[in-house]
Design a protein. Structure first.
Length: 111
């Protein structure tokens, strides 16, 4: 897991506006709707990345990162992808998310 941790930190440094990757190969997720799991809310810094990575490895193998413009902190999430907007919204609401992300249009969808 150390190699994944370091690789994701590097991806985050190179993509300060955000990223979504599939584990373990770190291929970019480029389509669909993304919603994070409640269990990885407020994950930032090394401790947060470790928590998000561990969760992702035992769930859907997707890790994302994004910069919160309000507090300028970089957050990490264990996430799930959806083809259906309705399913993504339902999952997002069930996981108490304030938004999901549409990778097809690169826009945030507030919930």
């Amino acid at each position: 897991m150390t190699n994944l941790f370091e690789a994701i930190k590097k991806i985050a440094d190179q993509n300060p506006e955000g990223f979504t990757v599939q584990l373990p190969d770190l291929s970019w997720v480029t389509s669909g709707y993304i919603s994070a799991y409640k269990e990885t809310q407020n994950c930032f810094g090394d401790e947060g990345l470790t928590k998000a990575l561990e969760h992702a490895l035992s769930h859907n193998n997707i890790v994302g990162g994004w910069k919160n413009e309000d507090n300028k902190m970089f957050y990490f999430d264990s996430s799930k992808t959806f083809d259906s907007l309705d399913e993504a919204i339902k999952f997002g609401l069930e996981n108490e998310q304030i938004a999901i992300f549409d990778l097809n249009t690169f826009r945030e969808i507030k919930l």
